[in-house]
Design a protein around this ligand. Structure first.
Ligand code: SF4
Length: 375
């Protein structure tokens, strides 16, 4: 190994975080972790990861469960589109790969919601393949280390950083190298005020000489009062998507099929809900339908629609886009898996799940998170 590789790997062996998914090489457990961790803080993800794997310890266990159950077990972790994609991926793994997670990143990338980051991280962390991949932390560390300062803006493109990442992986030590990069970015080489004086690779870092001055000026010019701009999450469409799913998940499973009448749902979400709010509520529900997270059905009086009939909202049982399955027979068995993502891409879940938001991939724990109920 080169000096910088040795320094980082040694530092990781001493200082790396002890995280539950690092104690296993179970490919399914690691795939679930990588899907969950994107834009979610590590400490927050741990109990959800443990609960999800306890209920679905294998792809087969998840594939056999109705999607409504998977959404419930996913709980309040947010980014619910991910569980839809994971459910579909589990079905493909069962049908085409004997229930096993493939070790080839190129194969993994053909699964719903799995992009280059998740595919590479799973191949590396589960199978100890010397794969390279780039998330926000890794990108920042590699840029500073091998290119130079990343302020006021990056001077290397994403493609160039990916090429650097591929060249930098030490043969036979990809697992420790990539984990070390992630931890260095999370704990030492942070976006603001990196702790260069404690950095194990500071002697080999191209950004180090100018970093102190640059980070100081960035801090001052970025916000002279030192107050982060506020962002009011409550009231956004994403907030109410989470609230709708919260209400649907709270129903007893035996009432999944009955669902909630739209008017009842509206009253639970917004005090003083009235007919004027109907277009807003339909918009929220239809956006969930688009992502396969809910179903809205028109029902007659005799069909459970309530006194006056109307729209009923419920959790889906199958991991297909609701709009595609309206005329298909329903089943609690997951069938009809589609390999591609619904948008025809193979982007990581974080990209598919970030309508208008930052598209950070593979968060390793210390990036700001604006939501605990985002969808
Ligand atoms: S020396 Fe500073 S800028 Fe360079 S990798 Fe270490 S923490 Fe980051």
């Amino acid at each position: 190994m080169t000096e910088v590789q040795t320094l980082l790997v040694d530092w990781f062996s001493r200082e790396g975080r002890d995280l539950p998914w690092r104690r296993t090489r179970d490919p399914w457990g690691i795939l679930v972790a990588e899907v969950m961790l994107q834009q979610i803080q590590v400490a927050r993800a741990i109990p959800f990861w443990e609960a999800f794997l306890q209920r679905f310890p294998t792809p087969a266990a998840l594939a056999q469960a109705p999607l409504s159950v998977a959404i419930r077990v996913w709980g309040d972790l947010g980014r619910y589109r991910r569980v839809v994609d994971l459910h579909r991926t589990a079905g493909i793994l069962v049908e085409e790969y004997a229930g096993q997670v493939p070790d080839d990143p190129e194969v993994l990338r053909t699964m719903p919601g799995i992009g280059p980051y998740t595919a590479g991280a799973t191949a590396c962390f589960a199978f100890e393949r010397d794969a390279s991949f780039v998330d926000t932390n890794i990108r920042r560390v590699l840029h500073r280390l091998f290119v130079g300062l990343d302020v006021p803006q990056n001077s290397a493109s994403n493609r160039e950083i990916e090429a650097i990442a591929a060249r930098a992986v030490p043969a036979g030590a990809g697992w420790s190298w990539n984990q070390g990069l992630m931890d260095l970015g999370a704990m030492i080489c942070t976006p603001r005020k990196p702790k260069c004086e404690r950095c194990p690779v500071s002697g080999r870092c191209l950004a180090r000489p100018a970093m102190e001055v640059a980070s100081e000026s960035k801090r001052v010019s970025g916000n002279e009062r030192g107050v982060k701009p506020s962002y009011r999450y409550e009231g956004t469409n994403r907030y109410f998507r989470g609230r709708v799913l919260e209400q649907l998940r709270a129903l007893p499973p035996e009432e999944d099929e009955a669902g909630l009448r739209l008017s009842d749902l509206g009253a639970r979400l917004r005090p003083g809900y009235s007919g004027d709010d109907l277009p807003w509520l339909l918009g929220v529900v239809h956006s969930l339908e688009e992502d396969g997270l809910a179903l809205a059905e028109e029902r007659a009086v005799y069909d459970g629609g309530g006194d006056s009939g109307g729209v009923v909202v419920k959790l889906p049982t199958r991991s297909e886009r609701a709009g595609h399955e309206r005329s298909a027979p329903r089943s609690d068995i997951a069938v009809g898996w589609s390999r591609k993502g619904d948008n025809g891409t193979n982007n990581d879940a974080s990209k598919a799940n970030s309508p208008g938001g930052a598209e950070t991939v593979g968060d390793t724990g210390l990036e700001p998170v604006t939501s605990t109920m985002s969808t």
